[in-house]
Design a protein around this ligand. Sequence first.
Ligand SMILES: C[S@@+](CC[C@H](N)C(=O)[O-])C[C@H]1O[C@@H](n2cnc3c(N)ncnc32)[C@H](O)[C@@H]1O
Length: 203
Amino acid sequence: MSVQYVEKVYNSYAWVYDLVFGKVFHNGRVLAPKLLHLFPGARLLEVGVGTGMTLPLLPRNIEITGIDLSQKMLDQAQKRIAKLKYTHVRLLKMDATKLEFPDESFDRVLAAYFISTVPEPVKVVRELMRVTKPGGYLLFLNHFHSETPIKRYVEKIISPVCYRIGFKTDLDLYDLMDKAGLEIETIEPIDFQGHWKAVRCRK
Ligand SMILES: C[S@@+](CC[C@H](N)C(=O)[O-])C[C@H]1O[C@@H](n2cnc3c(N)ncnc32)[C@H](O)[C@@H]1O
């Protein structure tokens, strides 16, 4: 699946995204600020910001840059920040595979329900590491490949079909981080009986 295909899929979801994926992923989004250890003035990159559902849950005394591939998702996020009169958030259309930021630009990176939507996750994680300051946290909220053999088998079978509608079900967390060269610091279950996890890494 190409980046262009993913962009098309999320452009088509934008108008209904909050209704379908609002409540289901709410627990993880609420947990994000705590796990990120934010501090006043921190520079946070939210990659795959989508319609910006996490933005109101983050403190207002930080500087947030939200990027996304899909202009239609960003348009929804833009409406949200205009309504909330946020001046601490900037939104940019950008591909996470080639981030247009200098090295070590951010204190924190948040990737909420995002990393399993990209065609080249290892490349994206390396890019996220590049733009994170040394010692900075990277937080991934996501579903990863299960450890149970039967679940793994089912996830592998259904993954190509699920990817046609926007996400993979067989992304292996340990393989991903190993290939990207990023060490996992903590893993916490967030939603759906722990099938979705909050994975915090430190550069
Ligand atoms: C499942 S949505 C998650 C949105 C939001 N983070 C949330 O919590 O609801 C995944 C988002 O990642 C974006 N995305 C996928 N691939 C991307 C890429 N290569 N670069 C930037 N954004 C991308 C999609 O356009 C979509 O808005």
